[in-house]
Design a protein around this ligand. Structure first.
Ligand SMILES: Cc1cc2nc3c(=O)[nH]c(=O)nc-3n(C[C@H](O)[C@H](O)[C@H](O)COP(=O)(O)OP(=O)(O)OC[C@H]3O[C@@H](n4cnc5c(N)ncnc54)[C@H](O)[C@@H]3O)c2cc1C
Length: 426
C-alpha cells in the first residue's frame, strides 16, 4: 500500500493500517506532519515552526509495517500501478492519495507575487518575517503616509483562516510590538478584513457569526463586507470597482484548491479542483486507487464534505478498513458516514466561537474550548507542553518569543520577498 501525503488523512490511514498484514509506504515532499490549524500562530510570531510540525519518521517508527519515503510525487501511472517520485519509482497494489490542497489565487497574478498565503510552513515563516520587517520600517520612516501603508494589514477572506489571522495580527502589533516600539505612533496601525459576502464565518450559526463580528470590531478590526479583491499590487489591494487600499501586507485567505498531485489522476476535476470519488473514496475505473481529505470531492447524502482535518482523518480510517478487509484480515466497514464533532474559530484572546452539535459557545467559554481542543489535537506530548507554555506567556505577559526575522528582508516600500515556500511553489 502506498499512501501519498503525511497530513491529517495520510497519517490516519497508516495508523489504522498498523496491524494489517501489509507493506505500507508513506510518501511526502516534506519530512514532517504539519498541524495547519495553528499555522497563523507561526505567521504572527506566537509559535515556533517546530511546535506545529512533527517529524514523520517519529510517527512511522512506531508502526511495524510502515516505511517513509521523502520525495515529491511527479506523476502516477494508473495502468502500470506505479508512482513516479523525485526519489524514484514506487509500485503499488493499493494507492491512497491524501495530497491535500494549495492556496488558490483565483487567477489573479498579483496574489502570487504580492500577497501572503497561509497553507504551508514556508508561507507562515515568510509572513512572520514580513510583518516584523514592516513594523521595523514603519519605525524608521519619516513619511507619515508611508508609515500608515506599512502599518496597514489587509486580510482577504472572512472564513476561519481570515478571521483568526486578522485577530492574531491585531494582537501581535497592538499588544506585543507596542512595547518593543514605544516611540512608534500606532494610531497609524490598522487591520482590514475584506469579505465578498455579508458576514464572516458563514459555516457557523448566524448568532455565532454576529458574536464573531462584534469581537472583531471590539479589537478594532475594520470590516468591509460586499467587497471583492480584484488584484494585489506592490502598494496594496485593488477592489473591484477600482478602489485602491494602500497596505504593505495583504494576507490571502480566500480559498484553496486540490493540489496538483491529484490533478495528474483525473483530467476532470470537480469544484475547487477536487477529485470526484465514489462512496468508498475510489476513483472511477480504478478501484485500487482511493482519494481522501481536501483533495477528494466526496459527498454524503448529496452534500459535499468540507475541507476539514476531521473529514480527512475519518476517511483515512475508513479506507484503511476497506484495504485491510480486501487483504482478508477483517470485515468490510459499513458505508462511510462523517461524524461532525464540531467547528470552532478564535478571534484572539478571550474570544472564540464554537459549535458542537446543539452547543453554541462564544467569548471566554468558546475560547477555553478552542484552546483545549487544539491542545489535545496536537500530535506529541512535547508539542502540547511547549505550546501551552507559549500561550500562557503570551496571555499573561503579552510576550511572543519568536519575534525573529530569519530571512533577508526587502527594503522599505518593497512588498515582495519570494513569497511562500520556494521548494514547493504550489
Ligand atoms: C490555516 C488553516 C487553518 C485550518 N484550520 C482548521 C481547523 O481549525 N479545523 C479543521 O478541521 N481543519 C482546519 N484546516 C483544514 C485542514 O488543515 C485540512 O482539511 C487538512 O489538513 C486536510 O488533510 P489532508 O490529509 O487532505 O491534507 P494535508 O493535511 O494538507 O496533507 C497533505 C500532504 O500531502 C503532501 N503532498 C502534497 N502534494 C504532494 C506531492 N506531489 N508529493 C508528495 N507529497 C505531497 C503535503 O506535503 C502534505 O503533507 C485548516 C487549514 C488551514 C490552511
Amino acid at each position: 500500500v502506498v499512501v501519498i501525503g503525511a497530513g491529517f488523512g495520510g497519517i490516519a490511514t497508516v495508523r489504522a493500517l498498523r496491524d494489517a498484514p501489509l507493506e505500507v509506504t508513506l510518501v511526502d515532499q516534506n519530512n514532517y506532519h504539519l498541524f495547519q490549524p495553528l499555522l497563523y500562530q507561526v505567521g504572527t510570531a506566537l509559535l515556533d515552526p517546530s511546535e506545529i510540525a512533527y517529524p514523520v519518521r517519529a510517527i512511522v517508527r512506531r508502526l511495524r509495517n510502515c516505511d517513509f519515503l521523502l520525495g515529491r510525487v511527479i506523476s502516477i501511472d494508473l495502468d502500470q500501478h506505479t508512482l513516479h517520485t523525485t526519489a524514484g519509482d514506487l509500485p503499488y497494489d493499493r494507492l491512497v492519495v491524501a495530497a491535500g490542497a494549495v492556496t488558490d489565487s483565483f487567477g489573479k497574478p498579483g496574489v502570487l507575487t504580492h500577497a501572503f498565503g497561509l497553507k504551508n510552513l514556508g508561507d507562515a515563516i515568510t509572513l512572520r518575517n514580513h510583518l516584523l520587517t514592516t513594523v521595523e520600517h514603519a519605525a524608521a520612516t519619516k513619511d507619515p503616509t508611508e508609515r500608515r501603508r506599512l502599518l496597514t494589514v489587509a486580510v482577504a477572506g472572512g472564513g476561519a483562516t481570515g478571521v483568526e489571522c486578522a485577530g492574531a495580527v491585531c494582537e501581535l502589533v497592538g499588544l506585543v510590538l507596542r512595547r518593543d516600539f514605544p516611540h512608534l505612533d500606532l494610531s497609524a496601525f490598522s487591520v482590514l478584513l475584506i469579505e465578498a459576502g455579508s458576514s464572516v464565518l458563514t459555516q457557523f450559526a448566524p448568532s455565532l457569526q454576529r458574536h464573531a463580528i462584534r469581537a472583531l470590531e471590539r479589537k478594532g478590526i475594520k470590516l468591509r463586507f460586499g467587497a471583492k479583491v480584484d488584484d494585489v499590487t506592490e502598494q496594496g489591494v485593488v477592489l473591484q470597482g477600482g478602489e485602491h487600499i494602500p497596505a504593505a501586507t495583504v494576507i490571502w485567505a480566500v480559498g484553496v484548491r486540490g493540489s496538483d498531485a491529484g490533478g495528474l489522476l483525473a483530467p476532470q476535476r470537480a469544484r475547487l479542483g477536487r477529485i470526484p470519488v465514489d462512496a468508498g473514496m475510489r476513483i472511477p475505473d480504478h478501484p485500487e486507487v482511493f482519494v481522501i481529505g481536501d483533495l477528494a470531492a466526496a459527498t454524503v447524502d448529496g452534500k459535499p464534505l468540507p475541507m476539514l482535518g476531521a473529514v480527512a482523518q475519518q476517511q483515512g480510517a475508513h479506507v484503511a478498513a476497506t484495504i485491510t478487509a480486501e487483504a482478508g484480515a477483517g470485515s468490510p466497514p459499513p458505508p462511510f458516514r462523517y461524524h461532525d464533532r464540531g467547528t470552532m474559530a478564535t478571534i484572539g484572546r478571550n474570544a472564540a466561537v464554537a459549535q458542537i452539535g446543539p452547543i453554541r459557545a462564544w467569548g471566554f467559554p468558546g475560547w477555553v474550548i478552542w484552546l483545549a481542543v487544539h491542545l489535545v489535537l496536537l500530535i506529541s506530548f512535547r508539542n502540547r507542553v511547549v505550546v501551552l507554555i507559549n500561550w500562557a506567556r503570551d496571555y499573561l505577559f503579552y510576550d511572543r518569543p519568536v519575534r525573529l526575522i530569519t530571512a533577508p528582508t526587502p527594503h522599505a516600500g518593497d512588498n515582495g520577498s519570494p513569497h511562500g515556500d520556494p521548494a514547493h511553489p504550489d
